[in-house]
Design a protein around this ligand. Sequence first.
Ligand SMILES: NC(=O)c1ccc[n+]([C@@H]2O[C@H](COP(=O)([O-])OP(=O)(O)OC[C@H]3O[C@@H](n4cnc5c(N)ncnc54)[C@H](OP(=O)(O)O)[C@@H]3O)[C@@H](O)[C@H]2O)c1
Length: 305
Amino acid sequence: MSKKVVIIGSNGLLGQTLVNKLYKHPDYNLYAMASGENRNSEVKELNYFEIDIADFKTIKLQLNLISPDFIINALAMTNVDTCEVDKKICDAVNVDFVKKLAVTSNEIGTHLIHISTDFIFDGVDGMYSENDTPYPINYYGLSKLKSEKAIQKNRTDYTILRTILVYGKVANMKRSNIVLWVKKSLENKEPIRVVNDQYRMPTFVGSLADACLLVMKKKAKGVFHISDKELLSIYDIALQIADFYNLPTSLITSIASSEFKQKAKRPPNTGFNLTKAIDRLGFKPLYFVEGLAQLQLDSQGNIND
Ligand SMILES: NC(=O)c1ccc[n+]([C@@H]2O[C@H](COP(=O)([O-])OP(=O)(O)OC[C@H]3O[C@@H](n4cnc5c(N)ncnc54)[C@H](OP(=O)(O)O)[C@@H]3O)[C@@H](O)[C@H]2O)c1
């Protein structure tokens, strides 16, 4: 029998990618929730609910009626600098809402899948595994760590997938990402300055969505590190993007983080040990260039299964 899954935050990058993968999937009955109208123009017939996270009573009522097997929470305040400035809103979205979701999931017997971040770590000793000690150095990271704790405290069946620097493309996006930003800037012949002393494992959104599907298939619980498999400086990421799209690398200037003023601090060196996800979920991380190739395929409208 097909399982019922609710995607919360279905208009975002991960949310839309999940909808695209699940709406025709024979094993799942899909429901989607987000604020405003459904912005996923690729999917016409969707069980879509417009939500206001300040009105949790209504969300709870809808969740009770659906009684899903899985809830995937892809909703979050993801702009790291905005979180640093608007701490109250950040707490409301990234912590309080997740706390309520966890309590409700527990009450209705639903498996909650939540997405967290490499920014819960300070980035001093990269290649983190799931049992390394978190130490966030900005408010976004702190809020996501609090969201993890809220879920763990509420005893629901849960899976927390921590991920890193996610990129991809979906319809009517409100936020850009590293690949789209570098590509667009270079196409417009705009010079860009990119930091050379922060290291990440960039993650194609399709890889992250696939990990969510593996979690549901295997009913895997606990914390998993999910990213693609190459650790690169942000500068090297930009160079590879330029190479991939045949754009001029001469427009990219390498700078140190100290030359780049941002409201929130960034951890210098994250990166994940992926052994647990590979062994227990069968997760298949990509090389960065493979992720770029997948993105190009998806952007041409060929949605991968
Ligand atoms: N992107 C990354 O590099 C990255 C890295 C590590 C972890 N993550 C985690 O991955 C998950 C998915 O992120 P993503 O990349 O898909 O981000 P995204 O595209 O920014 O999606 C987040 C969604 O949350 C929604 N949202 C934010 N505040 C809201 C509010 N007050 N009420 C209703 N909806 C609200 C946004 O709605 P609107 O679109 O309408 O604004 C957006 O659709 C998040 O938990 C994020 O923390 C992301």
